[in-house]
Write a protein that binds this ligand. Sequence first.
Ligand SMILES: Cc1ncc(C[n+]2csc(CCOP(=O)(O)OP(=O)(O)O)c2C)c(N)n1
Ligand SMILES: *[C@@H]1O[C@H](CO)[C@@H](O)[C@H](O)[C@H]1NC(C)=O
Ligand SMILES: *[C@@H]1O[C@H](CO)[C@@H](O)[C@H](O)[C@H]1NC(C)=O
Ligand SMILES: *[C@@H]1O[C@H](CO)[C@@H](O)[C@H](O)[C@H]1NC(C)=O
Ligand SMILES: *[C@@H]1O[C@H](CO)[C@@H](O)[C@H](O)[C@H]1NC(C)=O
Length: 658
Amino acid sequence: GGPTRQRPASWPALSRPRHPVIPSSRHRSQMEDYHKPDQQTVQALANIATRLRINSIKATTAAGSGHPTSCSSVAEIMSVLFFNTMKYRPEDPKNIHNDRFVLSKGHAAPILYAVWAETGYLKESELLNLRKVDSILEGHPVPKQQFVDVATGSLGQGLGAACGMAYTGKYFDKASYRVFCLLGDGEMSEGSVWEAMSFASYYQLDNLVAVLDINRLGQSDPTPLQHHTEKYQRRCEAFGWQAVVVDGHSVEELCKVLNQPRHQPLAIIAKTIKGKGISVAEDKLGWHGKPLPREVADGVLKELQSRIVSCSKRLYPAAPCEDAPAVSLRNVRMPSAPSYKLGEKVATRKAYGMALAKLGRYNQHVIALDGDTKNSTFAELFKNEHPDRYVECYIAEQNMVSVAVGCAARDRSVVFASTFATFFTRAYDQLRMAAISESNVNLCGSHCGVSIGEDGPSQMGLEDLAMFRAIPTATVFYPSDAVSTEKAMELAANTKGLCYIRTSRPENSVIYNSSEDFHVGQAKVVNKTNDDHVTVIGAGVTLHEAMAAAEQLKKERINVRVIDPFTIKPLDSKTIIDNAKATRGRIITVEDHYYEGGLGEAVCAAVVNETGFSVHRMAVAQVPRSGKPQELLRLFGIDRDAIAQAVRKVLSTSANNK
Ligand SMILES: Cc1ncc(C[n+]2csc(CCOP(=O)(O)OP(=O)(O)O)c2C)c(N)n1
Ligand SMILES: *[C@@H]1O[C@H](CO)[C@@H](O)[C@H](O)[C@H]1NC(C)=O
Ligand SMILES: *[C@@H]1O[C@H](CO)[C@@H](O)[C@H](O)[C@H]1NC(C)=O
Ligand SMILES: *[C@@H]1O[C@H](CO)[C@@H](O)[C@H](O)[C@H]1NC(C)=O
Ligand SMILES: *[C@@H]1O[C@H](CO)[C@@H](O)[C@H](O)[C@H]1NC(C)=O
């Protein structure tokens, strides 16, 4: 859907003071008068709200599904935001200078579409294609719609993304655009909302406005706080926000509060009625997610239509201030080859931090986030060099992922966010939504597997490969030495979609020379003779264990081919199959991860059509425990001795079978 109507150059801008005046008790009433919209404007905004209701009802009734009552409660809020408050170019929703809008309560999508029809960007008739398989107007906002930056619909995530955009606007772009986020009261029960509230006030995001639609009802029950707006106000204030309660159906009150100057993030606690304007459904349980049956809709539409008062004034959004810098994220390159020496002992987690700092040295738009683990993930090496481009997200991993997605929106930054691999599990919903958002964020999970040692199972990432492999847009890097880690970083910065880099705690030898070339989906054959008996595939610490096993077995005249996959997704099937054919289809996989969804399963899937192949998988089978790294590799059967034993067993079994 491209623009269907151009904004004529002669359209008038809304008259509004350009420089808000700091209120003082003496000048306050004068200032309020100054901001007060005239009666014509108020009427025009009310008419728009009514038309938004009408179009939300028409679209959901046509679709036979959707959430008309969730749209109705926010009609005045949307009208005022888009036709009185926000500054943007309606014919160019992705314009870098535009104010941003995030519909956190994504199920109210039909009213967002109705707004864009009201601006002229969408054809009104297109609204009736809501939720159809060939329309861009999906059930919830998705970025194929030019006016959507982040997908929403899994509740509780919009404010975190809005924080990322506001942080970017204030600290990186240093621009005037502001960020508005509309939330439902039901979703205020999500902890991730409060993680975002803390973040916004800590970083003084005075360019961020959250509008809370307090319509008293959720899906199956009233919300816990119902219409107790004063409780929301106290909670927001406790989290460091300025909080103002308004009548969410009063255009005047909304205009007034949205025009106030701000020094803090602002929460507008809008008391509303769910289903407002739909008399059968107003403030009633049992109507959530239900379109109006046609007969009901006809009556309601007639009634709403009659409320539109003829008014000559047409409203157009004000143009944005054009002060956001142009940014190019193309071709983010390392300035030089890695400078490690073969055999040098370096943990891949440390190589991550070194590579990140290096990438940032030559690329202004590389930024890093971490959740209070920066001296474990080594993101602190980046912070030390580029403090202005490091965002400490504290211990709030869900919010960190949402902030990362917000920072990456509209291609403003190349984002790397790190924490222990295992702590990304609690942000999996955010990661899944990042894929739906078509986000290009890069995530680094350190401390994978039992090889972290003494800290024990609560700190061990043993599910992360399964988790990230299941994300359709993801590329999964699992580098095994410092050189390949640095190469992975450069590739990740230039790879679309979500990138995950799995790093390890132990120090392992550098095995690649600096001029070695790496590509996504290209494995390396690390050990090879003309007469190999078994192919062993390992990654990270288990690659080094596999190489050590190969060394042991050489003394027994058993030759092992060792493969480093480099990326687990996409997996280099061709290299694996070609090399395994040279070892009569005998493959052993070994990984510091649980069996399910890891390297072994990826290899099995890659060779599923090959005849005469056998894959023996070695992985962690139980919940592990504390101990020394090498002790744990042994205890959980993924160390060099276990690999050597597995090779001998595979060879003796296949010999017996002849
Ligand atoms: C994380 C999550 N849990 C549950 C749902 C299902 N769901 C969709 S809308 C809704 C109720 C939302 O209530 P509220 O935030 O008050 O919005 P309203 O519809 O009242 O405007 C629920 C439970 C969801 N979309 N996301
Ligand atoms: C991280 O830094 C803190 C504060 O300097 C220190 O106490 C802690 O030991 C460090 N942790 C690691 C893993 O180095
Ligand atoms: C490093 O690797 C490249 C490419 O594989 C090779 O051409 C070169 O000889 C190697 N150099 C050293 C010092 O091993
Ligand atoms: C496997 O390759 C590594 C790195 O090139 C080498 O150091 C080692 O000797 C090789 N092992 C065997 C058994 O050939
Ligand atoms: C296996 O063969 C089927 C049928 O030809 C094909 O569709 C599929 O892509 C193949 N899978 C792999 C992993 O090669």
